[in-house]
Design a protein around this ligand. Structure first.
Ligand SMILES: CC(C)(COP(=O)(O)OP(=O)(O)OC[C@H]1O[C@@H](n2cnc3c(N)ncnc32)[C@H](O)[C@@H]1OP(=O)(O)O)[C@@H](O)C(=O)NCCC(=O)NCCS
Length: 286
């Protein structure tokens, strides 16, 4: 089946609602989709220079992933003494040494339907959800989460406890995109379709959502998501967690009396030699 035939089949089974349950052709289509996702032939969002955000969302892929949840039934998973139960359409992925992915033992899972390129390193415990794409040489450190359909580029460092939000609902929402050579610092969170352009650095503890204004000190601009575009972190921006005084609202004078401030991510500079030094990845660990 070609990808465009698969798209039509998935769309029609998705549109069929609960009546797809028990239809063997729906399950076959879902398994084809899952295999294409795992091999990297297909992805939930793809680079697209013609799109204003630089990325095109393949909404039907997410429909297919949701179809897998609809079709799946709960089953007990083999667990060596522990007890796990999940939809039988989304078992844990198994890897062989020849896949070139290093999955260090200890409480990590990569769900079926996720793509991991060669050279990806997964430090325990971490989790990669269905539909995610993780490209060559990326490090997923301990306690990091790669949410459903998130797109992670080459040589990205997702530091300890970095949380990359997933997006299956609503089905047309864009996934989070972390482009090549980004460093996501420890305890950072990137959610709601935010796009982090190549080479950017998020200092430890930076949180980005659709509603978070980003203060660019270098260019004197405030960057925000719009109705059409998510929050986009510019290429090579170095973002640190900051705060700003409360300046609006009925109680803002009271807020001043109370010395309240709101969280505000700030671009303090664009990548320079010092940043390169601070963020150099240790090749020997890979
Ligand atoms: C952002 C980071 C990479 C530093 O980059 P850098 O280019 O070396 O930044 P600099 O030290 O030149 O700092 C630039 C400015 O930002 C400020 N700054 C740097 N890091 C900051 C942070 N985390 N929070 C707040 N401000 C920060 C500096 O004070 C400096 O401002 P100043 O000139 O007014 O003093 C580093 O702070 C960081 O967060 N690294 C990630 C650490 C991490 O999570 N490791 C994970 C291991 S699992």
């Amino acid at each position: 089946m070609t990808l465009s035939q698969l798209q039509k089949t998935i769309e029609s089974h998705f549109a069929a609602g609960p009546s797809a349950i028990g239809d063997p052709s729906a399950m076959t289509a879902f398994f084809s989709l899952r295999a294409a996702l795992e091999s990297g032939e297909l992805r939930a969002a793809s680079p697209d220079p013609a799109s204003p955000s630089g990325w095109r969302v393949n909404a039907w892929v997410k429909q297919g992933i949701l179809l897998g949840f609809r079709l799946g039934v709960l089953e007990e998973l083999p667990s060596g003494g522990l007890s796990f139960v999940d939809k039988n359409t989304y078992p844990v992925r198994h890897f062989a040494a020849g896949d070139g992915v290093r999955l260090v033992p200890g409480g990590s899972s990569i769900r079926a339907g996720a793509y991991l390129a060669r050279g990806v390193v997964c430090m325990p415990p971490m989790y990669i959800n269905a539909g995610a794409w993780v490209d060559e040489g990326t490090m997923v450190d301990s306690h990091a989460l790669v949410g459903s359909c998130a797109q992670i580029g080459k040589r990205v460092h997702l530091s300890a406890a970095a949380q990359i939000g997933g997006v299956l609902e609503p089905v047309n929402a864009s996934p989070v995109v972390i482009e090549d050579d980004v460093l996501v610092g420890g305890n950072s969170g990137v959610y709601e379709g935010t796009i982090v352009r190549r080479g950017a650095v998020l200092a430890a503890g930076t949180i980005l959502t659709r509603g978070t204004p980003l203060f660019d000190l270098v260019n004197g601009q405030i960057l925000r998501a719009t109705a059409e575009l998510p929050l986009i972190i510019p290429e090579n921006a170095v973002v640190v967690p900051g705060s700003r005084a409360v300046a609006k609202g009925k109680g803002h004078e009271r807020a001043r009396d109370w010395s309240l401030s709101l969280y505000a991510p700030v671009i303090v500079k664009y990548r320079d030699d010092k940043t390169d030094l601070s963020t150099t990845l240790e090749d020997l660990l890979r």
